[in-house]
Design a protein around this ligand. Structure first.
Ligand SMILES: [Zn+2]
Length: 210
């Protein structure tokens, strides 16, 4: 299946690849690569970590050649297989950030608030993490998970595919780093009328209020 047919709402903007450096360095330095951490070279070169990906990534060999090559490799590959290379790097990234090393790299980005903050007022600018609603590429764009209100939001500054982060990442992150600096419980907005709290539907159903 052609890559363009699989992407739906997760199209990514083209970036300027005219500057020097490896393809990965250029991708991560671009606006669309901002949420991604650098996957270690050893991890990318270990074919065991790529099991199953040839079925997911069109023209896998060319994509791999583009992603794995160092700065001295042919730059002619860059624009030609850019979409395939992004897809491959993203899917490898989703696996990598579940490793101890990957979790640590994402923790540094989280600490620097590189993923942004929760838009919910009572979360008081709680830092968020990127996550996917699906592990399959081409389904949803990346979402932002707030560990305080435990909800997800659209990412206003990123059009990356959510599968580049996957569904497991936020939960594993906070299991691994329970010291991520969260308040004990989120503050809730309490609606009132002339100072009196409104009864919930559940309370009415229980017969507390006629
Ligand atoms: Zn929140």
């Amino acid at each position: 299946m052609a890559l363009s047919g699989a992407r739906k709402d997760s199209e990514e903007s083209d970036d300027d690849f005219s500057s020097a450096g490896s393809w990965v360095e250029r991708f991560l330095a671009s606006e669309s690569g901002a949420f991604l951490c650098e996957v270690s070279e050893d991890y990318i070169l270990d074919k065991f970590n790529l099991v199953g990906l040839p079925k997911e990534v069109p023209r896998f060999e060319k994509a791999y050649e583009t992603v794995a090559c160092a700065s001295e490799c042919s730059e002619s590959l860059f624009p030609r297989y850019e979409k395939e290379a992004k897809l491959l790097y993203g899917l490898v990234h989703a696996r990598y950030i579940l490793t101890a090393e990957g979790l640590e790299r994402m923790k540094e980005k989280y600490r620097r608030s590189e993923f942004g903050v929760c838009p919910r007022v009572l979360c008081s600018r709680q830092r968020v993490l990127p996550c996917g609603q699906s592990n399959k590429p081409g389904k949803h764009r990346v979402s932002l998970y707030c560990p305080l209100c435990k909800d997800i939001y659209s990412a206003p500054t990123s059009s990356l595919d959510g599968a580049y982060f996957g569904k497991t990442f936020p939960s594993l992150f906070f299991m691994t780093h329970p010291d991520a600096g969260l308040p004990e419980r989120p503050e809730r907005f309490v609606p009132t009328v002339f100072g009196f709290e409104l009864a919930t539907d559940a309370e009415k159903a229980a017969g507390g209020i006629q």
